[in-house]
Design a protein around this ligand. Structure first.
Ligand SMILES: Cc1cc2nc3c(=O)[nH]c(=O)nc-3n(C[C@H](O)[C@H](O)[C@H](O)COP(=O)(O)O)c2cc1C
Length: 180
């Protein structure tokens, strides 16, 4: 039986055809932020902050910081962004990750940003995760400190079309192994 969740997983795809005319409702962004806030994290450290940008002037300043070398031109049609900031690791997390030789914070950020994106998809919104961004410039724009890392920006909006692409993935046999 196909669950609603699996439908959602199939429906979420990176949007590069945002409709510039459709403005994202504040309540929907709030739901996305709540989903991100409730994500799991190592030692419940919650090393994230979300800066939600809908202010047109600020969005206009932010956009080119994700478009260097001619990349991500499609963002010109996107009017809402969530800047995902990784905060400095708290003591209990840094102790356990040192013992386990792991860096949990980017993993936590991935979980949380993913929950944001699926909450968006569930509400009929589309997203694109942006890793191609100028961290230093964004940090400066928001007055962030050196210990606050800008890991991702999530572009949020309505897609111009509902038509989904075929997912391009490695063969599942190559990435999933069963030991029965
Ligand atoms: C960490 C991360 C960074 C990404 N950065 C960009 C980006 O800067 N620009 C872009 O168009 N897509 C970006 N993507 C989207 C990926 O290209 C996309 O997820 C992948 O090709 C799979 O396609 P799908 O999301 O449509 O299923 C990024 C995705 C992740 C997870």
């Amino acid at each position: 039986m196909m669950s609603d969740y699996f439908d959602l997983v199939k429906r979420r795809e990176s949007c590069r055809n945002f409709d510039p005319e459709r403005i994202v409702e504040k309540e929907k962004l709030t739901r996305c932020a709540e989903a991100a806030w409730l994500a799991p994290s190592a030692c419940n450290g919650q090393p994230w902050k979300y800066l939600i940008v809908t202010n047109p002037e600020l969005a206009a300043q932010l956009r080119p910081m994700m478009q260097e070398l001619g990349m991500n031109k499609f963002l010109n049609a996107c009017n809402a962004f969530a800047v995902v900031v990784q905060e400095a690791t708290v003591l209990k997390v840094s102790a356990s990750q040192r013992l386990k030789d792991q860096d949990f914070a980017p993993i936590d950020i991935g979980f949380s940003a993913s929950q944001f994106c699926y909450a968006a998809a569930e509400q009929g919104l589309s997203t694109c995760v942006i890793g191609w961004h100028n961290e230093l410039k964004i940090r400066e724009l928001f007055g962030l400190t050196k210990t606050e890392r800008v890991r991702l920006v999530l572009a949020v909006g309505y897609a111009k079309t509902d038509k989904l692409r075929t997912k391009q993935r490695k063969p599942i046999e190559d990435v999933v192994k069963y030991y029965e």
